[in-house]
Design a protein around this ligand. Sequence first.
Ligand code: NAP
Length: 323
Amino acid sequence: MNRLVIIGAGGRLGSALVREWGKEFDVAGFNHAQLDLGKPEAMRATLGALQFDALINTAAQTNVDRCETEQEEAFALNAEAPRILAEICAGKNARFIHISTDYVFDGEKREPYTEEDEARPISVYGKSKWEGERRALEANDRALIVRVSWVFGPDRPSFIDWAIGQAQEKEEVNAIADKWATPTYTLDLATLLRPFVGAGIGDPGKEEKARTEKAGITEPGYNLSYGGILHLANGGGCSWQEYAQWAVDCCRAEGIPMKTTKIGKSSLAEMKSFIAKRPVYSVLSSTKYQALTGTAPRPWQDVVRDFVRRKYLEGRALSRPVN
Ligand SMILES: NC(=O)c1ccc[n+]([C@@H]2O[C@H](COP(=O)([O-])OP(=O)(O)OC[C@H]3O[C@@H](n4cnc5c(N)ncnc54)[C@H](OP(=O)(O)O)[C@@H]3O)[C@@H](O)[C@H]2O)c1
């Protein structure tokens, strides 16, 4: 059985990967308290002593505004730590998968960003994550860097939980209507990333080679076994306001009581509490992913509906008294 290490096991994505992949692999998860990305020597000692076939790093300083004021910390956790992890994996001939972000882009485009688009981060968070990608690939050219966007799931609250909570409690709720990306479900990421974990080390298989050749992919960095940058998000794109509206629509369709049924529109410029600049548009194209795997991620609307059912309906059903 393959042995996996997952860093960030207490986070939104890391928790989901530990649970889902734990059904198939022998998984060792490390949360913040168990492994601090800010302590290189401890990382080397802990991971150096372990045997594993693949390591997935989901941990990061994800507080975009904090990164603006704590730049040194941002670069230590988001840029230097991935380099060290990549190096450790290279030394063990283990697969290294590192999660990065749509915030490496400036957001000036108005069509989905591909892996070939130039990264031009506009925040310290984006710069530190981009630097992490570069350092990881420099230390380990078989590292797989997976850029994701608007991650949500059952293990840790995010924007969608806030939006539904507000709509359940208040008569009026607004959300930003002039910033676009794609909500991406942690449980789908667990399924979609799975082929890359199992692909492990060595030459890609015949079938995979044929598929990548057919797709016109010739770079050695792009197949299930080797490294490079890969964009992965659920399908389509939307604004925060559309995301919140659809979440509320799904709740209503399932009979969940809502005080607000219509989410109003606000603008990014009104968000005075934001310290960091955010890209206005950061929808990611998963075309390359589809070419590699033959699988298309589901539309974001489908996964939001699944999330609502799982979290709000199944949760309610479970807590209902048995009579
Ligand atoms: N969330 C999004 O919308 C989004 C969008 C694009 C990309 N991403 C990327 O996706 C990945 C997963 O994000 P997520 O949503 O799962 O974030 P998350 O829930 O904030 O998880 C990040 C984890 O990193 C841990 N962490 C922070 N500092 C650490 C340190 N010094 N040492 C060890 N662990 C530390 C956190 O632990 P504590 O909480 O205990 O500190 C947390 O469990 C990240 O790489 C992020 O950059 C996320």
